[in-house]
Design a protein around this ligand. Structure first.
Ligand code: NAD
Length: 340
């Protein structure tokens, strides 16, 4: 079966998912819904992507000389699922106004509340919970990275007592020229836990996790400082082995490979010829891996613009029962050229 996919919202996340869908042989990108006839519309057309828009906006596209293939209604008649990558909260409105009335399945993003979908999803953590579901929410970038890291140990049979994580969040994405901070460390909301811990629990309900977060003036990546307490002693060697063996986790070494900052990790991705310089894997700082008896400490970089992309692909496969968890993860990673 080839699943026919549409995308609602062609921004940071939507455009990356569109490119990823086009690389999968069991999915077809039928088109994307755009509101504005801008440079991103032109880029999409140059890639052979069909554009759809709202009926009352077709004129705008025609005036700008950008050809659309039809209206939102034309697209949703011809697809099996829509991936909604609109700004926080818009997806929930779309579910009620557009998708449910025509019985269309949908995958939402982490900016929506958890109750927008039947399940909050991370492939490594709970793929099987999403099998056959009509509405799935792929959790946010920070939640994806934490869920993947914790699940790496759970799938290897380790028992976790508690997780404490401190998040240094990027202030804005590179294209968000109106957002900040440009010279500050923003702690509001300072309440503990930050929303990330409870969000991880939407995927891994039994994990004891507390998070704290601040935002800083960078667009590169988030940085997490994570402390995991296991039920029993672990060694640094076995931790490194678990992380090396887990898909979508990469180790970056400071002493031997001279990685000293998140900017260098992004530069590595650019040098490797990765599309847009994306790092869809958790970027573990290998030298930070430290173990005191049953406690692990480490740092990880999280490329907010791209880390959720492979999860959206797996969510489609789970929804349509196209593959088992590990087959889907392997197929996605192969299609996206990830190094795992
Ligand atoms: P974005 O602002 O870059 O893109 C959203 C796109 O949707 C824009 O092109 C906008 O014009 C379009 N849009 C808005 N309303 C629309 C509507 N009614 N119909 C059609 N298109 C509409 O946002 P983003 O960063 O891609 O975020 C999308 C979702 O992904 C959010 O839920 C966000 O929380 C989540 N997310 C974002 C990141 C990140 O760091 N950027 C990471 C993980 C998850």
């Amino acid at each position: 079966m080839t699943v026919r996919v549409g995308i609602m919202g062609y921004g940071t996340i939507g455009k990356r998912i569109a490119d990823a869908i086009m690389k999968m042989d069991d999915m077809e990108l039928i088109g994307v819904i755009k509101q504005t006839p801008d440079y991103e519309s032109e880029v999409a057309i140059s890639k052979g992507i069909r554009l759809y828009t709202y009926e009352d906006r077709i004129n705008k596209f025609e005036k700008a000389g950008i050809r659309v293939a039809g209206t939102v209604n034309d697209l949703i008649k011809n697809i099996d699922v829509i991936i909604d990558a609109t700004p926080d909260g818009v997806g929930a409105e779309n579910r009620v106004k557009i998708y449910e009335p025509v019985g269309l399945r949908a995958i939402f993003q982490g900016g929506e509340e958890a109750d927008v979908a039947e399940v909050s999803f991370n492939a490594l953590a709970n793929y099987d919970m999403a099998i056959g579901k009509r509405f799935i929410r792929v959790v946010s970038c920070n939640t994806t990275a934490l869920s993947r890291l914790i699940s790496a140990f759970l799938v290897h049979g380790y028992k976790i007592r508690r997780v404490r994580a401190y998040l240094v969040r990027r202030g804005a994405d590179p294209r968000e020229f109106k957002k900040g901070p440009i010279n500050d460390v923003v702690f509001n909301p300072a309440t503990v836990p930050s929303h990330h811990g409870p969000d991880v629990q939407t995927v891994l309900p039994t994990i004891d996790i507390v998070t704290m977060a601040v935002a800083v003036p960078t667009t590169m990546m988030h940085l997490h400082m994570v402390n995991i307490e296991f039920d029993g002693q672990v060694s640094k060697g076995e931790v490194a082995k678990v992380l090396e063996e887990t898909p979508r986790i990469l180790l970056f070494n400071s002493s031997s490979r001279k990685f000293e900052s998140l900017a260098q990790i992004i530069e590595w991705a650019r040098d490797m010829g990765r599309l847009r310089g994306d790092v869809m894997e958790n970027a573990i700082i290998e030298d930070s891996i430290t173990v005191f008896q049953n406690e692990l400490f480490l740092m990880q970089g999280v490329h907010q613009e791209s880390i959720v992309v492979p999860e959206n692909i797996d969510a489609v496969r789970a929804m349509f029962k196209l593959a088992s968890k590990w087959d889907s993860i392997r197929k996605t990673d192969l299609g996206l050229n990830l190094m795992t």
